[in-house]
Design a protein around this ligand. Structure first.
Ligand SMILES: Cc1ncc(COP(=O)(O)O)c(C=O)c1O
Length: 373
């Protein structure tokens, strides 16, 4: 085993390290786009869509300019609109809720499970009303939400499920990849994601051919034939260069997920003796380990301690969505979702990426452990 490092900065994320290993393949892929000048959609995006659909074991993948756009279109496909409600989690990146707001519907929050940070299936039914049109949980931090009980609720109430899979490329639920359990799902390829573009990117995944066809039209100004517009659409196309980059990176995704798993396992071992609440995979889940989030009541001091020792860390997320100023009009207040609020106060994300070395992991763990001595 590598000798433990006693000093040295550890970045929260090291995209240049990944780039170094890929540079030749990426240069060739980008050069191809420059040569064929397919800057918006084009052959590399089409190929990536096929490859990513296969990766998800889905019938269709439609490339978008962001995960937010893909989720927005997902709700349009389900005809969610003004006056409707969508049940979702307050513990997520705000874009989950933006998609609901963009179609004019209202996000209805339900508290999370303490163990997984994911939407708590046991609390969903109380929130269902005659206006509920969909349920949209998030596979947060790469850990699948508990699909079976949520799908059962969807069946009982005849509601479609939308998976926000932005953080969970390659995660599995009871051995099957996430992304096709719901009617539609949305992935993000924001650069820091497990599969990240070199700019913005996203995808909508579905087994429904009519949804896929309409999504293709909606992302391109509501048009299937140039200058003829069947409905009001959007400019949500994926860029050609992003398709080329993602095609290269997708080939590495499985091995990168294994490396993330290695990092998570080592943190679990090295931090086991500390008073931290460590992230655990539920028995039904294989996480994609997008983030490694620990919890502790003295989170703010811990964060300062890590920063003072040049160990990168981050907060996901410091303020739950029901308490965001942008959503003040929904009328929620502090105390409405105590588990999500506690998570926001106590969570701390440690460095996790495929290139993180054993020495770096040990450095993070020893700085963390020193805090409690
Ligand atoms: C849970 C979640 N949903 C949606 C999004 C939106 O994706 P994007 O940033 O690609 O628009 C993100 C990513 O940022 C996310 O983490």
């Amino acid at each position: 085993m590598t000798k433990p490092e006693t000093s040295g900065a550890v970045p929260y994320l090291d995209l240049p390290a990944q780039m170094r290993g890929l540079r030749k393949e990426i240069d060739a892929a980008i050069a191809r786009t420059l040569d064929n000048c397919s800057f918006c959609l084009g052959p590399d995006v089409a190929q990536f869509e096929k490859d990513f659909a296969r990766f998800c074991e889905a019938e269709h993948c439609v490339g978008f300019n962001s995960g937010t756009s893909a989720l927005h279109i997902a709700l349009l496909l389900l005809n969610v609109g003004p006056g409707d409600e969508v049940i979702t989690t307050p513990c997520t990146f705000v874009a989950t809720s933006w998609a609901i707001s963009y179609v004019g519907a209202k996000p209805v929050y339900v508290d999370i499970e303490d163990e997984t940070f994911n939407l708590d299936p046991g609390r969903i039914e109380k929130a269902i009303t005659s206006r509920t049109k969909a349920i949209m949980p998030v596979h947060l931090y790469g850990h699948p939400f508990n699909l079976d009980p949520i799908l059962e609720i969807c069946r009982r109430h005849n509601l479609p499920l939308v998976e926000d899979a932005a953080q969970a490329h390659g995660a599995t639920y009871k051995g099957k990849g996430i992304g096709t359990f719901g009617a539609v799902s949305g992935f993000s390829f924001y650069p820091g994601k497990n599969l990240g573009a070199y700019g913005e990117g996203g995808a909508l995944v579905t087994n429904n051919a009519a949804f896929a066809a309409r999504a293709r039209s909606l992302r391109e100004h509501g048009s299937t034939q140039r200058y003829y517009h069947d409905e009001i659409g959007y400019n949500y196309r994926m860029e050609g260069i992003q398709g080329a980059v993602l095609g290269v990176k997708l080939k590495h995704l499985e091995s990168w997920t294994r490396e993330r798993r290695r990092v998570a396992q080592r943190y679990n071992e090295l931090l086991a003796g500390t008073p931290l609440q460590l992230p655990r995979e539920a028995d039904y889940a294989q996480s994609a380990w997008h983030l490694y989030v620990v919890r502790h009541p003295r989170r703010d001091e811990l964060k300062k301690h890590l920063e003072a020792n040049q160990v990168g860390c981050a907060l996901h997320y410091p303020l739950p969505l029901h308490l965001q100023k942008a959503y003040a009009h929904l009328g929620y207040k502090e105390g409405d979702f105590p588990i999500a609020e506690k998570a926001a106060r106590q969570c701390l994300s440690l460095p996790i990426f495929p290139e993180l070395t054993e020495a770096q992991i040990q450095r993070v763990a020893s700085v963390m452990t020193a805090f409690f001595k």
